[in-house]
Write a protein that binds this ligand. Structure first.
Ligand SMILES: Cc1cc2nc3c(=O)[nH]c(=O)nc-3n(C[C@H](O)[C@H](O)[C@H](O)COP(=O)(O)OP(=O)(O)OC[C@H]3O[C@@H](n4cnc5c(N)ncnc54)[C@H](O)[C@@H]3O)c2cc1C
Length: 452
């Protein structure tokens, strides 16, 4: 192949799917993968689409968020999903695969595609011409610099630190109260839910937080801790893990994210000793995140420790806090929901570098970027999928969230627009209605906008 129509950087999950989608639509694709010439530190083989950790691609049940996403991807002929099914192993309702045979099959299918030229080399600069960057959470240093030169270094992050998210219905509203820190005085309509602590509750919470088990950081992730020790907080965008902050002094949190200033507990008529604020996390108001509570505790310990927070005794965790080495863009200000870079329409990003999380979500963004790259090269309009579909909602979320609150997001029902019905319905019925709406809207959209 002399001159490709499209260059794709990264033969991981997103890049492999993108290559397939574009090649199937007739584009000549050059796919660059740096392994085995240069390793990421986490991948172990030279196979394309290697699963670096778990071998589960999440639920296959059609009424789960991950199952809905899979069905949308099936509709678009996802190669990776097909290979996953062909290499699946028994795992109940989940789609788990034999990782070796899965990634080998993806490698074979892509290497033997007449429209794909697989090149094993590190790309150090942003290619000229139509390009998809799918270099993942462990993007090589040179390419990271090139991307940071394009975006500005404040719009490319190297670590993520995520606070836990709980469901609204599991918060005890007899204890939690609504109020904003700096609101106009009407405490009834504050944007935040506040969980107030007495002195004794605070002391117990801090002691538990400090002694709870933490997840062992992998070698390359110890840079995080070294960064903290050296006071290099630029890695975090100011987001220290809460257990590290707590270790700086008994009252460090009471003067930091847990300060009660100006927030009157309606039960006592006074400021509490300390408090934790919960901020609404989705449009539907069904999810709340613990403000400032980025953490690296194990999931079991998060559940035990954070259920000590008054008002969260029975909290259901939609997502646990996590910390990772993760190269990702400030997508809300750099990307469009088509996955095009805002200032360069022939440049797409896909996979974890867009701020999407989870194997399936990352494959799905590769799928969309591949389709849209083909569309613009064929003189068609790139597509923005309906927000009511799981893939459309993911792309909408990463490109529309307030940048201040932006952290990687996986497929979940909380990011879908609320249902029209005002009736109180249980979780299962809500999921059923989300799925039905997504499927209907996707079919209408495809009929109207695509010749698939
Ligand atoms: C240690 C670790 C564990 C994880 N565990 C899980 C998990 O259990 N479940 C889950 O859902 N997600 C997990 N993730 C996140 C996971 O990486 C993503 O879900 C998924 O692999 C991202 O897909 P991607 O295509 O964006 O990146 P990747 O699959 O990582 O693919 C990116 C590819 O780009 C290549 N590359 C990088 N830079 C260059 C360059 N300059 N030139 C050419 N090629 C380049 C890399 O070698 C890699 O093959 C984990 C991540 C890490 C780092």
């Amino acid at each position: 192949m002399n001159q490709p129509d499209l260059t794709i950087v990264g033969g991981g999950l997103a890049g492999s799917e993108a290559a397939w989608q574009a090649a199937q639509r007739g584009l000549r694709v050059r796919l660059y993968e740096m392994r085995p010439v240069l390793s990421t530190g986490a991948h172990l083989t030279s196979n394309l689409a290697e699963l670096v950790c778990s071998n589960s691609l999440g639920s296959n049940l059609p009424d789960r968020a991950s199952g809905l996403l899979k069905n949308e991807m099936r509709r678009f002929g996802s190669l990776l999903l097909e290979c996953a099914q062909l290499n699946s192993i028994p795992a109940g309702a989940a789609l788990a695969v034999d990782r070796e045979s899965f990634s080998r099959q993806v490698t074979d299918r892509l290497s033997s595609h007449p429209n794909i030229d697989l090149v094993r080399a590190e790309v150090q600069e942003l290619p000229v011409g139509p390009t998809i960057i799918a270099s993942g959470p462990l993007t090589s240093d040179s390419l990271s610099h090139a991307i940071a030169n394009l975006t500005g270094s404040d719009l490319l992050f190297f670590f993520d630190a995520i606070a836990p998210i709980v469901t609204a219905e599991s918060i005890n509203m007899d204890i939690a109260f609504r109020a904003s820190r700096y609101d106009s005085g009407d405490q009834e309509i504050g944007d935040y839910l506040n969980c107030p602590f007495t002195n004794a509750e605070y002391d117990l919470f801090i002691e538990t937080l400090l002694t709870a088990h933490r997840i062992n950081l992998r070698t390359f992730e110890t840079e995080i801790e070294q960064g903290v020790t050296a006071g290099q907080q630029q890695f975090f965008g100011g987001c220290l893990p809460v257990e590290i902050m707590a270790g700086r002094g008994q009252k460090a949190l009471a003067f930091g994210p847990m300060r009660p200033t100006g927030l009157i507990d309606p039960r006592t008529g006074r400021w509490p000793y300390a408090l934790i604020q919960l901020r609404q996390d989705n449009l539907a108001g069904s999810l709340y995140n613990l403000v400032g509570f980025q953490t690296n505790l194990t999931y079991t310990e998060q559940k035990r420790t954070f259920r000590l927070i008054p008002g969260l005794e029975k909290a259901e965790f939609e997502r646990y806090g996590q910390m990772h080495r993760n190269t990702f863009l400030a997508a809300p200000v750099t990307l469009l929901p088509t996955l095009q870079y805002r200032d360069r329409p022939d440049l797409f990003f896909a996979g974890q570098i867009t701020g999407v999380e989870g194997y399936m979500g990352n494959i799905a963004t590769g799928l969309l970027a591949g389709i849209n790259a083909a569309y613009i090269l064929q003189g068609k309009q790139p597509i923005v999928l309906p927000e009511t579909t799981m893939l459309g909602a993911l792309c909408h979320y990463i490109t529309h969230t307030n940048l201040k609150d932006f952290q990687p997001m996986k497929a979940n029902f909380g990011i879908l627009p609320p249902l029209n019905s005002s009736d109180r319905i249980d979780r299962r019925e809500r999921a059923r209605q989300f799925v039905e709406r997504a499927q209907t809207d996707l079919e209408v959209f495809i009929k109207k906008n695509m010749d698939e």
